[in-house]
Design a protein around this ligand. Structure first.
Ligand code: NDP
Length: 294
């Protein structure tokens, strides 16, 4: 019988820990940590993500602000907003919600974020330090995956971890983190992508399978070794007339057939997603402590 890596419950527990710390800080007369978010345009999923980040910030006692910019915002206007946030000493960390409209160069925007406030961990500075194993802001989703495995005491040392997907924000950093020489890591990692040959042969070797490909229910039972730990990063909205909001959320793994094979598996929703937000909060608290020299 498989067990759930319950991201929702773990996130609640960590949020409680953060809230206690924030309460302690404000009782001592310090201001609360402040997380800001910039959103360009009105993409439904992005608006939901930003709303969830705002809600979670309030839950732990952070100050939260959202900079909403129109779809037609120019790259220059966005860069000026980033410059403002970089220099505002009341803001400890901020994120720019991706994806951005096509006319804006995403990497140029990310590069403009001060590494000290880059709580998403996307800037070259933080990515470079992560690869070197130096103290840094670790990208939120990979950090959340590692936290989930660690909190559930999943044995990782010497295990074969197959990561499917090599994006800069999920696949590549999680592959790096799980291969590091440290506790809750030390995996032998194989990183797969769209040019990988015989994907199924490789995923069948995985003790730990991390899936971040952005293709609904792509991973099926015939691709999973019995007893594997499966982490599903995918998030897709599919129309569902039986739901009040008209859709339901599914992942990159076909859970109806894969879950019975697993020892542990993340549900979708309620798996990796909540941990991503919590990691953002943890990074913001870290940025706050750094700027207050705590
Ligand atoms: P990207 O689209 O940036 O990357 C997808 C990766 O999957 C690419 O490396 C691509 O390979 C690879 N890929 C695509 N098709 C195949 C295939 N048939 N076989 C093997 N590899 C394939 O996605 P992201 O990493 O940004 O996101 C992945 C999923 O995770 C999405 O559903 C996204 O919504 C979700 N997500 C969830 C988060 C959370 O908090 N839970 C946070 C971030 C993302 P190639 O490089 O060759 O193109």
């Amino acid at each position: 019988m498989y067990q759930l890596l319950d991201g929702k419950a773990t996130a609640l527990q960590i949020k409680d820990e953060i809230a206690n710390e924030v309460r302690h800080l404000t009782e001592q007369g310090h201001r609360a940590p402040h997380l800001a978010a910039v959103i360009v345009g009105t993409d439904g999923a992005s608006m939901t993500y930003v709303a969830n980040k705002e809600k979670s910030s309030h839950e732990v006692g952070f100050t939260s602000s959202v900079y909403r910019m129109s779809e037609t915002t120019s790259e220059q206007q966005l860069l000026e907003t980033i410059e403002f946030l970089n220099n505002d000493s009341d803001i400890d960390g901020f994120i720019v919600q991706l994806p951005l409209p096509k006319h804006i160069n995403e990497q140029k925007v990310v590069n403009a974020i001060s590494p000290k406030k880059d709580v998403d961990g996307f800037t070259p500075y933080n990515i470079g330090r992560m690869v070197l194993g130096e103290d840094c802001f670790t990208p939120a989703t990979p950090m959340g995956i590692c936290t989930l495995l660690e909190r559930y005491g999943i044995e990782t040392e010497g295990k074969h971890c197959v990561v499917v997907g090599r994006s800069n924000i999920v696949g590549t950093p999680v592959a790096n983190l799980l291969s590091r020489n440290k506790k809750s890591a030390n995996c032998t990692v194989t990183l797969c992508h769209s040019r990988t040959r015989n994907l199924k042969e490789i995923t069948l070797q995985a003790d730990i399978l991390v899936v971040a490909i952005g293709k609904p229910e792509f991973i099926t039972a015939d691709m999973v070794k019995p007893g594997a730990v499966v982490v599903d990063v995918g998030i897709h909205r599919v129309p569902d007339a039986s739901k009040k909001n008209g859709y339901r959320v599914i992942g990159d793994v076909k859970h109806s057939e894969v879950d019975p094979l697993c020892s542990w598996v993340t549900p979708v929703p309620g798996g990796v997603g909540p941990l991503t937000i919590v990691s953002l909060l943890e990074n913001t608290l870290k940025a706050y402590k750094r700027s207050h020299q705590m």
